[in-house]
Design a protein around this ligand. Structure first.
Ligand code: HEM
Length: 124
């Protein structure tokens, strides 16, 4: 096997930390720091997509449908995270985005850990 899931896991763990840090700093009114964290978060969106995309093109042949769902649910997590950040900065209601983020994240973790490459806690 040429490629493992470690770099992919690293990118989304960092993104989760950046997201939580940005929300915490926003609550403290530190808008400038939030801006920097949001920029870093966007960079990690791209790294998540690149590392996930490499896994996808290498392993999708194992099960096209489930790998396709993993791809789409991963993109949904990124979309909800970005919409949450933008709405938070604009002071708009966040409940819907938060629910979407949590649900898509749980689905993505379930699919990721269920699919055969890397950790495989709950085989699908
Ligand atoms: C924040 C978003 C994402 C999260 C939380 C996430 C989470 C995960 C997890 C937990 C795994 C399993 C790692 C392992 O078993 O060692 C994984 C694997 C994978 N991810 Fe993601 N992912 C995300 C985004 C994406 C995106 C955008 C793509 C596609 C471009 C993608 C494609 C893949 C593929 C193809 C695998 C290999 C599946 C397997 O274990 O067989 N992921 N991801």
């Amino acid at each position: 096997m040429f490629y493992t899931t470690h770099s992919h896991i690293f990118t989304w763990v960092v993104a989760i930390v950046l997201f939580i840090a940005a929300v915490a700093l926003f609550k403290k009114g530190m808008a400038k720091q939030v801006k920097i964290l949001h920029m870093a978060l966007r960079l990690f969106y791209i790294l998540i997509i690149i590392t996930g995309g490499i896994l996808f093109f290498q392993f999708a042949g194992i099960n096209h449908m489930l790998y396709g769902l993993k791809f789409v649910s991963g993109l949904a997590v990124i979309s909800f995270s970005e919409m949450y950040m933008i709405r938070m900065k604009k002071g708009k209601p966040l409940n819907g985005m938060l629910i979407g983020l949590v649900v898509s994240l749980l689905v993505t973790l379930y699919l990721g850990f269920g699919l055969p490459i890397g950790f495989n806690f709950m085989p699908l």
